[in-house]
Design a protein around this ligand. Structure first.
Ligand code: SF4
Ligand code: F3S
Length: 387
């Protein structure tokens, strides 16, 4: 028997055609519209209407089964997802796309829950999306994170085997996150370090922005493949810009107006947080454009410097609340802003750090300048203006 489409399921639940089209428009908007490749129509190459594309996919595709595993984590990504700023979208993913197994959110527990997962892995073999939250652990064959008597390594390999695609959500699943912080006794790592034979996409963040996880799942559902990614396997549509690129404090940065402490007049005026350790210039994430809590705010808007939570090694990379210097910048970051940051460090911040760090900073400065792309998003940081 032909499986019902997602639209048919939604219709049965009382969703009107008008609301369905609205939902498709929201999904298309959130996916950035860039996903639709041009098609030939009337002798011209035109981009198809993305809302129509989404509507067509949801009207023909059956539910997408999702298996959501959790390893070493705080469940913050699930928590964020359940409080998503787009209730309609998270509801769609949580209820209507069929999350078949999710340890934290599912009603069943124990044997009943494990049976549901077992059946899902068998019935939907080759079709389900595996979402992993939390870092897998390598030490002693993964025994430090064990669920239902199985090590996380066995659980991950077993679920990855029949997955059509794998999404690592949060910094822990993407790069090891906080569990990987020194001395890392469990040998925590990212999912991509273990699963090499399947497409894995990373949605780093602490937590991941729920709309980004949702958008990536929907991209797979609608386009039949994972979105295009950067060198760290992050979807370009969400991680193609730095926090700094779209930061609302950016005009202050350009004008050389920087806050120098958290409760001073400059901070109250909303000045740039660069000298308080903001890593926005070297952090790729969609916080400044998508924001959190229904578009209410994001860390920098609320007065807190970006800590770089969507970059590898963000915890051990340190430098929190310290003026940016090349010595503190994560090695993976290669932006013109890195050179900009390093330039600023060489000019002013280095005065406050010890000589070993200064030497490391000088070396990093030289390498940052070499690695910087020419299509810079920002020039060298402006001189700090005194008032
Ligand atoms: Fe915003 Fe930070 Fe960039 Fe300043 S350095 S403009 S606070 S992202
Ligand atoms: Fe993380 Fe920076 Fe956004 S700390 S939540 S990437 S503003």
């Amino acid at each position: 028997m032909k499986e019902k489409s997602i639209y048919e399921h939604l219709k049965e639940k009382g969703l009107s055609r008008r609301d369905f089209i609205k939902l498709c428009g929201t999904i298309a908007g959130m996916m950035g519209l860039e996903f639709a490749p041009p098609v030939k129509a009337l002798g011209k190459m035109v981009h198809p209407d993305p809302t129509e594309m989404v509507a067509k996919a949801l009207s023909s595709q059956p539910k997408l089964p999702i298996v959501w595993l959790e390893f070493q984590d705080c469940a913050g990504c699930s928590e964020a997802m359940s409080r998503s700023s787009s209730p309609l979208l998270s509801k769609l993913v949580l209820n209507d796309l069929a999350i078949e197994y999710h340890e934290t959110l599912m009603a069943s527990a124990g044997y009943q829950a494990e049976k549901a997962k077992e059946e899902c892995l068998k019935d939907y073999y080759g079709r389900y999306v595996l979402v992993v939250e939390g870092s897998p652990t390598l030490a002693e064959d993964g025994i430090y994170c064990t669920v239902a008597g199985k090590s996380n390594l066995d659980l991950l390999r077993e679920a990855a085997d029949g997955a059509a695609a794998i999404i690592a959500t949060g910094n822990c699943a993407s790069f090891g996150g906080i569990p990987k912080a020194k001395p890392n006794p469990t040998r925590a790592c990212g999912v991509g370090e273990i699963i090499k034979d399947k497409p894995v996409v990373n949605i780093p963040g602490c937590p991941a922005i729920p709309e980004v996880t949702t958008g990536t799942i929907l991209h797979f559902l609608i386009m039949g493949k994972l979105p295009e990614t950067d060198h760290l396997k992050r979807p370009l549509v969400f991680y193609g810009h730095t926090v700094h690129d779209h930061c609302l404090r950016r005009p202050f940065y350009e004008a050389g107006k920087f806050a120098d402490n958290f409760d001073g007049d400059r901070a109250r005026k909303g000045y740039c947080l660069y000298h308080l350790g903001c890593k926005g210039p070297i952090t790729y994430n969609a916080c400044a454009s998508l924001k959190w809590e229904r578009g209410l705010s994001y860390p920098v808007q609320s007065g807190h410097p970006c800590l770089g939570c969507s970059e590898p090694n963000f915890w051990d990379g340190g430098g929190f609340y310290q003026g940016q210097s090349a010595a503190l910048i994560p090695p993976a970051a290669k932006t013109s802003a890195l050179a900009a940051g390093a330039g600023l460090a060489a000019g002013s911040t280095l005065a406050g750090i010890n000589s070993a760090k200064k030497n490391r900073a000088k070396k990093a400065l030289a390498s940052a300048a070499e690695n910087s792309p020419t299509d810079s998003t920002t020039a060298a940081p402006p001189e700090k203006k005194e008032e």
